[in-house]
Design a binder for this molecule. Sequence first.
Ligand code: SAH
Length: 265
Amino acid sequence: MGNPPAHRAKKIFGQNFLHDQGVIRRIITSISPKPGDHLVEIGPGQGAITRELLKATGRLQAVELDRDLLEPLAQACGDLGELHIFNADAMKFDFCQLAEDGNLLRLVGNLPYNISTPILFHLLEQAHCIEDMHFMLQKEVVDRIAAGPGSKTYGRLSVMIQSRCKVSNLFDIGPGAFKPAPKVDSGFLRLTPYKDSPYDITDQARFSGLVTQAFSQRRKTLRNCLKKMIDAEIFEAAGIDPTLRAEQLAVEDFVRLANMACKTA
Ligand code: SAH
């Protein structure tokens, strides 16, 4: 048998394959996979991370959109354990169905950068089925996720993720670790959905709506952005100055405001 033809990386699928063994090792060490873990990889590609995960656990599920990668991937991993690949779009995939045995999922992925934010929002909706998530993302996105109030990068993504997950910004990776090399720096992070959340959000949809609205025009005051949802008395009862801007509020402030809006709705 000869070698299969080399796969040409496809831009539309955001394919930047990891090849730096040192970086792969650091990723695996951070994930610390153990036998019995219910690992699910998003976008396994040619198996750079997949192979190492399989070696550690002997069993892995993966969601890969590019049909052309399925066969080479199965071949590259076949000898290492039980790999089940779903040929599907991670943005629409029902991850919770995989957790029906009650074993929470450990998600891993070097995510396609062009769609990483919608994938993250899709996964947040399924956070109750997830133990933790380790993702490679554009560094700029990692910075936005981890940002705190008062920072320019703090926004809807930061608040929505931090309200559901503990965020650990693990390390940065330069473009040279990938083939082809992306134009931007990357970052690796861990998101751990809260089991006992410090935030008691009474209505998730209302909370999400309020955060979106508050950041819709960053330069405007909360009073202006939230005119339709929050009146002066609620700002006062929540102890929040309505002349502030959204980027100055902590996650718990958004939770308090949204919960109080519920009560009067
Ligand atoms: N994990 C590999 C590949 C990373 S590149 C590595 O580190 O080398 C991103 C991968 O995500 C590619 O394999 C790409 O085909 C896949 N992908 C792109 N869009 C996807 C989607 N919507 N759902 C699932 N996988 C997707």
